[in-house]
Write a protein that binds this ligand. Structure first.
Ligand code: ATP
Ligand code: MG
Length: 296
């Protein structure tokens, strides 16, 4: 019997849409397709994958216990739940920070000011560990939601909470004091599963390798752009230096004597500085396209 890889995903929340989109970009179709709010479990149609939809806080334990082989969850939750997990791949979405914040008019202006104070958080373990490292003793009030209102109702002097854009802090009159942790969505597995040998291609370990291969191809494609440009032949060598490509750029002669078309890839985050340099050495007619998948 062929087995299926069981993956735990957040049922509904900030990780859900991007987790499902990643699987779709990996060419995996679901049954029933995206949506259908109340389901807890579904199977992929064209890949040996079973999906479990859970609260994000429960994902680390389900994966550590082996109920799911892998899971997609924020690093913040992985660290807080402190299960024996291994991060298999960083996924680049749901980027956020776990930050200490205080009311705008607070007398606390730096970390040392937290000594002896009350801090509200849903992340007691990460906060405790951070305070221990900094040699600060403060009392931690664990609350499960709406942490940002704790100072205004007199429950705490400071908070330690997830910050995305910072608008929630701002609208509650809070300012960030310090970033305790930077987090993004990660693919995790249990340490035990990570260390087990791939027995066959259709074992859960073998299926995870195939899934990971696809996830990495999608991740590389997201980080890169395909670039085409026209260049006078004497500038080709400078452009090749700027755009080394995967192995090396493709150079095709243009109908016009002395000119070529050059095709390569460029990293998204270096994109604008590279374009400026390309124009300086004589490139023109530059086209930049998205890449769907990238296999090395
Ligand atoms: P659940 O009901 O599953 O327990 P939740 O309310 O605990 O969900 P969400 O608010 O959906 O969790 O956030 C899930 C994860 O998304 C967080 O653990 C964090 O990693 C990330 N995240 C949270 N807030 C933001 C944000 N503002 N911007 C980006 N990522 C965020
Ligand atoms: Mg949660």
């Amino acid at each position: 019997m062929t087995s299926r890889l069981r993956i735990a995903l957040q049922k509904s929340g900030r990780l859900s849409d991007d987790s499902l989109s990643l699987l779709l970009e990996c060419g995996i179709s679901l049954n029933p397709p995206k949506g259908g709010g109340s389901r807890l479990k579904t199977e992929a149609l064209n890949f040996p994958l079973e999906l479990l939809f859970l609260r994000d806080d429960d994902i680390p334990r389900y994966v550590a216990d082996g109920v799911a082989h892998v899971g997609i969850v924020g690093e913040n939750v992985v660290l807080e739940e402190a299960q024996a997990l291994a991060v298999v791949e960083r996924l680049g979405f749901s980027k956020c920070k776990l930050s200490l914040a205080v009311p705008r008019n607070s007398e606390i202006k730096e970390i040392s000011g937290l000594q002896g104070k009350r801090i509200a958080t849903s992340y007691p373990r990460i906060l405790q560990e951070y305070l221990r490292r900094e040699g600060i003793s403060a009392s931690i009030h664990q609350i499960s939601g709406s942490v940002e209102i704790a100072p205004s109702i007199g429950l705490a002097d400071a908070i330690c909470d997830i910050v995305g854009s910072g608008s929630t802090l701002f609208s509650n009159g809070l300012v960030e004091l310090h970033t305790v942790l930077r987090s993004e969505a990660v693919l995790v597995t249990s340490k035990h599963f990570a260390e087990s040998k791939v027995s066959t291609e259709d074992s859960p370990e073998g299926i995870l390798e195939k899934l990971l291969f696809r996830i990495q191809a999608v991740g590389r494609a997201r980080a890169m752009k395909y670039i085409l440009l026209n260049t006078p032949n004497e500038a080709i060598s400078s452009i090749v230096e700027l755009l080394p490509g995967v192995r090396s750029p493709t150079v095709i002669p243009l109908a016009r004597e002395g000119w070529s078309s050059l095709h390569s890839v460029v990293e998204e985050n270096q994109f604008w500085s590279v374009i400026e340099q390309l124009r300086k050495v004589g490139a023109e007619g530059i086209l930049v396209l998205s890449i769907e998948k990238m296999i090395l």
